[in-house]
Design a protein. Sequence first.
Length: 189
Amino acid sequence: MTQGYKTPPDQVDMQRAERKIRFAGTLGFVLFVAAAGVAYLSLPAFIGFPVDLAERLAFAARASAVVLFCVLVAVGMVSSFRRFSPEDIGGSAAGPPSERLAIYVAFLQNTLEQAVLAVGFYFAFATLVAGAWLSLIPVSVAFFVVGRVLFLRGYRRGAEGRALGMVLTMMPAIVGYPAVFILMVVNWF
């Protein structure tokens, strides 16, 4: 039986994969909640978090630049690989990517999707909170970067290998968007 992302569907041990993904999800949630708590309590001693709306939005923009830099790195990986691959030099319109390039293309696509969610969360959250609550944004950025590295490193091992990276990348949005919606409702009344 082959392993990793190329395992034929009829050979995938779905129960094992689901267990590993659930474990990664639980671990990611616990790590994020712990990191957010520590950041809320300790980061204000090192960072002067803004209070005014314009400064909070600028803070979110700077955090977003880190996330978008990750997209830039992913674009660079794909384009650099294409330049040196006869199968891929023609670009995406010429046909599907080679097996070697396919992982980088998948990484780029997923990173772009996650970046949209992350940046949207940072800006929405920054309009609703001030001060120490903004510590959630740098924690989220750190989780994004670490998550992207782990996602790419684990990709060849399949869903189980990608799981922790995916969870760490997404956990701030998974926790953050409900918090944004709750804060929006609270602020309306």
